[in-house]
Design a protein around this ligand. Sequence first.
Ligand code: ADP
Length: 653
Amino acid sequence: MNHTSTRLSNNDLLDILSLSENATAIYTGEDVIIENANEAMLQFWGKNKSIIGMPFEDAVPVLKGQPFIAMLQNVWRTGNTVEGIDAPAELEIDGELRTSYFDFLYRAILNPDGTTRCILHTATDVTDRFLSQKRIAEMNEQVATINKELSDANRQLTISNHDLAESEETLIQLNNNLTESETQLQFAIDAASLGTWDLDPKTNKFSGNDRLKSWFGLRPEQEIPLEKATDIILETDRLRVIAAIQQAMSYSSGGGYDIEYTIVNPENPVPRIVKAKGKALFNIDNQVIRFSGTLQDITEERRASEALTEMNQRLEIALDAGNLGSYELDLETGKMVTTDQYKLNLGWPLNKPLSLADVTEIIKPEYRKYVDKQWKNAIDHNMVYNAEYEIVLPDGTERWISAAAKPRYNKNGRATKMVGVTYDITESKTNERRKDDFITIASHELKTPITTLKSSLQLLNRMKDDPSPKMLPKLIEQANRSMEKISTLVEDLLNVSRMNEGQLHLSKSKFTIADMLNQCCNHVRVAGKHDLIFEGDTGLQVFADEHRIDQVVINLVNNAVKYAPNSHEIYLIVEKEGNMAKISVKDNGPGITPDKLPHLFTRYYRADYSGIQYSGLGLGLYISSEIVRKHGGKIGAVSELGKGSTFWFTLPL
Ligand code: ADP
């Protein structure tokens, strides 16, 4: 067969192209004129051949607003090919808007000068492929989610399993603990000597532990009948206890009581004091479903606390009686808790708080270092702190204080407290000083007559072979006077020591006071410097130790002579006062200041007279007062500065 080759015209070529199953279209120009589109492409658009020659935008208006027309215009202008894969396009097919997916190619066919001649558009509908791929992807995602959920669930399960195992263990542990707690509770109940009871209101069953039963005089296997439950309560306490129980059983009361009362225990005839606690348990209808409680025997505790209170009271009385002030000092804060007496000892106002710093301030500066040393030493060595020091009170008076204290430590061994007492020792300190002074004075007083006696004896010794008739009696007289002085002093000293030992014995007899006064004090009358003038009852008689009373009068007259040398008249006055005889010695001397009057009769006391030195031991008035006291009488002095002094004493008739 011969084939004649004929060249195909452009239209022929397009017709052939239109048969291709691949959708194809050709466009030209900026307006994208559809030069040709094959059947497959027209089908995509939902159009027919009538649209050939129309601008693409007019031919397929649904594409307005979609990116394709702009893309084609761009290809026309640039000559660059554009490719799309899975590109969605919204198209109207059979009057219905539908989204389809396309792989497409816009290829620019160029003129020899590089300008675009036409655009070849090929497209494949990949909607099915795209959607199935999408579904696969979605399914994959779902599977992944499910997988994740599954693995989470699995993990949870593992944890739950573990928890379950642990819970079981905890349960066993709790059960063990409970058993242990119960045992411990039982121990505690036993150790605390607790009687326990329990009442089930539903059955009215009252039960008690063995101890409670024993208080009822019951054996462990016996029961306590409910109606006898209050039998052991002391009758005078019973109503009060029953009222407390009844109150606890009403919901509004809070359901508990805590009271003390006495039980009369058939096992023990001595009544016991118990601390009773009870608690009621309510259901949601506020009805009691359980009522139980404990009874603790606190008799011993109460007795101990009473004994302690009593001891404290006794201690307080003792402290007060001894003027002992006590305190407790917090070493960390410096705060002090003190008794009133402690403040009184320091002259501190009772209503004002006192601190360690205040106390330090009151102590005289020269003692502070020593006090501090004693204090620190006690704390460092857990010893008793002891110190004696002088203080200056806010009003300027000075006093002596004796202090003792003991440190208290915490469990770490640190001193936290100091508990101590103070005592005003001013009087004993003064006495001590007076005694020291007295020894000095006494030695001095003795030394003068001894020296005179010694020199008299030396002179006598020298002239023993050739005695001077003029000197001899003088020397003997001088020696005698010295001897007299010494024996008087020694007599006074002996009297004092005798009095100290309570050995002043009296030999009493009846005598007339006026007679005794007339005979005494002749040395004064002989000396002639003073007149002894008697006044008063001449017949008054007393039953007393005449010699001792004579000694008292001599003491008083000697003092008048010594301290009122310019008082020419010294009066001796006798009066009857009730059933007592009062004897007074009155002078017109310088008198005594009121502050000294109360001390004159104290041992070793000697009032100072500025500028004038009087010899004496400060014993005369003390000895006199002791003699008078021993007789059952009184002694005193009345004086006013510049108006003389009257010393008086009384004796029972
Ligand atoms: P002494 O005379 O040894 O000092 P006393 O006990 O006799 O001791 O007297 C105590 C003090 O009383 C004396 O130191 C003196 O200061 C004072 N006194 C006693 N009598 C008088 C008096 N008549 N007038 C003034 N002072 C007196």
